[in-house]
Design a protein. Structure first.
Length: 504
């Protein structure tokens, strides 16, 4: 029994993440910044991008974005430079780099004597987002060597993207975030993804705060908090609750949508259509019989079990069982517990397992025999497999295209008193080739909003396309290889964020 259809030559090339199109070596690093350039749209602002910390490729990408936005760029030898932008280095290190490029010593030119602003990359990125040079704030200036900035984030200077912030599982503003997330879900139930995302981004920023929000003054520069969110937050701070949020929670539509979308195989659109038809309860759904898909019938049949949270111990027991069977079928196969459990959650509603093998291509022979064996042992109550379609057909979906199996497993309950006691548990088995494993691990760890922000950052700030399959550079028309999550963050120019701090 195979693990799904074997991909053709095109798919195999994509899966190996080799360059789609070769280019001359000289072009790979991007254009060299000139020593002089045409005047930009902003008089008095002449940028120089310090390669130290940025690297040649990212420097070239940023230069292209800056020129397109109307900024004037000069090389380090130009006396006209007013703003030197660097990343991951101190003011002294940036000056030393500039001096070496000019053939002088670092002491020949200082920010004080020339008016040269030594700035962190955050200033340029925020300016590009704004479409103009922003006023320089203290947080934008490069630190002086030997001075270690405080690690505790200031509410007024939280980074704009959720993937730049550390968000622990337990935070200080649960009452506020629960209110905003209720409105986010309600907007999603209505099909308004833009409004849903606005509430989600505001909640994400609040989760990253190092302390409890005390007043609306602390929201002044908090990213992603608009007027509607401010109004809700003010209500909760002053009254302990929001009338709008409580009305949503009491509404029949919200409660019904919560119930229906909690069923395995039921999405927002399906739930909304059922509500429009007058369905309100599980009994109503059961009465529809054949109208339900096979997946939805299984979700409804085992609803009580599937609605009961899975503990970390139960998730680990399932992982160990699957790993033992996988390694019996394919020696050295690996099975990794991902999703919320990898982010530190003690409970969840399903178990996500990422399967792979150290030898590229061997993983293709794993899932089919594994699922068949688990079924023969009576451990699967339902299963639906999907083949790997990566590289075979274009897809605009945010979902990845790995080979996978959506399943409901039979989990034994040894402490229940009855030797035959069991419960149904949702399990997803996802197979990733070794060349894509780091990206799959990052994507399947979540949280969903952290991943959304990571991909938004990659596209807007780096000009790259990130997915659970790889990091694609459209300028060079190739995938950038990485074997660990740390390497992916490094390619994006981001500080590494541990899984337990990705609960955005």
């Amino acid at each position: 029994m195979s693990g799904g259809p074997r991909p053709g030559p095109r798919a195999a090339a994509a899966m190996a993440l080799v360059p789609v199109k070769r280019r001359r070596t000289a072009a790979a690093a991007g254009p060299v910044l000139p020593e002089a350039a045409e005047p930009g749209r902003f008089p008095g602002v002449v940028l120089c991008l310090v390669e130290r910390g940025l690297g040649a490729r990212r420097r070239a990408l940023l230069a292209g974005r800056a020129r397109a936005a109307g900024f004037c760029l000069h090389g380090p030898g130009s006396a006209a430079v007013t703003h030197a932008v660097a990343e991951q280095c101190s003011a002294d290190e940036a000056l030393a780099w500039l001096a070496r490029r000019r053939g002088s010593t670092p002491g020949d030119r200082t920010e004080t004597s020339t008016g040269l602003a030594l700035l962190d990359l955050s200033w340029l990125l925020e300016s590009l987002d704004a479409g103009r040079p922003l006023d320089i704030e203290p947080r934008h200036r490069l630190p002086v060597s030997g001075v270690t900035p405080s690690k505790e984030p200031d509410p007024a200077v939280l980074p704009a993207y959720g993937c730049q912030r550390r968000t622990p599982l337990a935070h200080h503003n649960a009452m506020l975030t629960e209110a905003l997330e209720t409105l986010a879900r309600d907007a999603a139930f209505s099909g308004d993804e833009t409004r849903s995302l606005a509430f989600t981004r505001a909640a994400s920023a609040l989760k990253a705060l190092p302390r409890r929000l005390g007043s609306l003054r602390d929201l002044a520069a908090l990213p992603g908090v608009g007027k509607h969110c401010r109004r809700v937050i003010q209500e909760v701070l002053e009254d302990g609750s929001s009338a709008e949020v409580e009305a949503v929670r009491r509404s029949e539509r919200y409660r019904t949508m919560q119930l229906f979308t909690g069923i395995f195989g039921v999405g927002t659109r399906t739930a909304a259509s059922w509500y429009q038809e007058g369905l309100r309860t599980l009994a109503d759904l059961r009465a529809t019989g054949p109208r339900l898909s096979r997946q939805q019938q299984a979700g409804l049949q085992y609803w009580e079990d599937l609605a009961t949270p899975v503990t970390l111990a139960e998730a680990e027991a399932i992982r160990e069982l699957v790993q033992a069977e996988a390694q019996r079928i394919l020696p050295d196969a690996t099975v990794t517990l991902v999703g919320g459990f990898r982010r530190g959650k003690p409970m969840g509603h399903d178990v996500d397992l990422l399967l792979s093998h150290p030898e590229e291509g061997r993983e293709q022979a794993l899932l089919g025999p594994l699922v068949a064996s688990l079924e023969q042992q009576g451990l699967l109550l339902y299963q639906q497999r999907q083949p790997n379609t990566f590289g075979q057909e274009p897809s605009s979906s945010s979902m990845d295209q790995f080979e996978r199996c959506f399943a409901i497993a039979r989990l034994a309950l040894p402490g229940a008193g009855d030797p035959g006691a069991w419960r149904a548990t949702r399990v997803d088995l996802v197979v990733a080739p070794r060349s894509q494993f780091a990206f799959a691990l990052l994507g399947w760890t979540g949280s969903r909003h952290f991943e959304r922000e990571l991909r938004r950052f990659a596209g807007r700030q780096r000009g790259l396309a990130l997915s659970s399959h790889g990091l694609y550079d459209p300028q060079r028309e190739m995938f950038l290889p990485a074997t660990t999550e740390e390497e992916i963050f490094q390619l994006l120019g981001l500080d590494y964020v541990a899984p337990t701090e990705r609960n955005a």
